[in-house]
Write a protein that binds this ligand. Structure first.
Ligand code: HEM
Length: 354
């Protein structure tokens, strides 16, 4: 008896899997019924609608015939034909999708031309081998969490917007439908996580990004591309501050509109969600374009910057060239106290001059 009971354990897993499969199939069948409008036996009476001609439908759409009904979810009244939904579709197809394509492809083009014409910003002076702590481990963990989530949300968001036109013809209907279901689920679940991580990053990096008078000079000199010498910059330069404040404004708008879409159970009306969708997409596409610029500057665009965000330390030459005021500040601190914030790579390294 006891052996038989133990053997039964091996049946539990397949039984659970089978149940799961059946439940899923059942749900799919029900969803299919709902989308095709096919009546199950006994429901015929509910679907029996008197035949109406095209003119009648036109009158319903224009409101000449009163065919309003109340939405079960929201406290609003809708026409039998949702004309505002068609309006939303047109805004999405005529404005949002082209805006995204122009912003993102345009930015890639600008980066390519900039790279070919100006090239990589190299270090003016050779590396000293003396390293300054720039991004402690908590900052790096926050940065890479928010960056990975942003990239995943960006890719899945782009698939939701352009997938039908670009991926459906390549993968075929079945595979595309599966891909889109996974994409949508991932996008929906990662959104709230991104919201939390973004708030943490904004709170943690705020102290570096308060505006200063020298930021205006930095901008006027195009970060050192116009005029002679490198303009003053503290821990963050004006370009980084603009990126930060874009995340703190547009980023939060994207997050809030995303949450409006993610949680339709707060009685928000359909029109609210349509507007939330347009605002969410425009904001996210704009930020994606700017993020490409940030990624370029943070990798191949500037020599010596990425190691700060990967290992935490930057070379003293880089700090002096790009963030002179911060360099002076750290140097002042390390001159007074034992150099906690400096690390010596090369055995021959000496303390900063001065
Ligand atoms: C592969 C993608 C990315 C790379 C390689 C990258 C690289 C970097 C690097 C090297 C820095 C440090 C710059 C410095 O030391 O001055 C930095 C800073 C920063 N990054 Fe990224 N990043 C990426 C994606 C992102 C994304 C997607 C976001 C936002 C959603 C983001 C937000 C930030 C912020 C807020 C800062 C700090 C700016 C400041 O407040 O001073 N990064 N990034």
């Amino acid at each position: 008896m006891s052996i038989a009971m133990r053997d039964l354990r091996w049946l539990v897993l397949p039984a659970l899997l089978l149940t799961l499969l059946l439940v899923t199939l059942g749900q799919q069948a029900r969803a299919q019924d709902a989308t095709t409008g096919e009546a199950t036996p006994g429901q015929e009476a509910a679907f029996a609608v008197p035949a109406v001609d095209a003119d009648t439908w036109r009158q319903i759409r224009s409101g000449e015939i009163d065919a309003n009904f109340r939405d079960s979810r929201a406290d609003s009244t809708y026409n039998l034909i949702n004309a505002s939904g068609e309006g939303w579709r047109q805004i999405r197809d005529r404005w949002v999708s082209p805006f995204g394509a122009i912003a993102i492809l345009g930015m890639l083009g600008v980066i390519l031309v900039f790279y070919l014409v100006v090239g990589r910003q190299r270090l003016d002076e050779p590396r000293t081998g003396r390293k300054l702590l720039r991004w402690p481990v908590l900052d790096r963990a926050l940065h890479w969490s928010v960056a990975s989530l942003f990239i995943l949300l960006g890719l899945t968001g782009l698939m939701l917007l352009y997938g039908k036109a670009l991926l459906r013809p390549v993968f075929g209907d079945g595979a595309w439908a599966g891909l889109m279901t996974g994409t949508k689920t991932l996008h929906n679940y990662l959104g709230p996580l991104f919201a939390i991580m973004l708030l943490l990053v904004l709170a943690r990096f705020l102290r570096h990004n308060l505006p200063r008078r020298h930021d205006l000079t930095w901008l006027r000199q195009g970060g050192g591309m116009v005029g002679k010498g490198h303009p003053d910059a503290g821990f963050a330069n004006a370009g980084e501050k603009i990126w930060y404040w874009l995340l703190a404004s547009v980023g939060l708008v994207v997050v809030i509109s995303g949450l409006v879409l993610d949680f339709p159970n707060f009685n928000q009306a359909r029109d609210t969600m349509q507007w939330a969708n347009v605002i969410h997409a425009l904001g996210a596409l704009g930020l994606t374009a700017v993020a490409l610029g940030h990624i370029y500057i943070g990798t191949i665009g500037t020599e010596g910057v990425l190691e700060g965000m990967t290992h935490g330390y930057v070379d003293e030459s880089w700090a002096k060239q790009h963030h002179n005021l911060w360099y002076e500040e750290v140097r002042g601190r390390t001159d007074e106290a034992p150099p906690e914030e400096t690390k010596h790579d090369a055995p021959s390294a000496s303390r900063p001059p001065g």
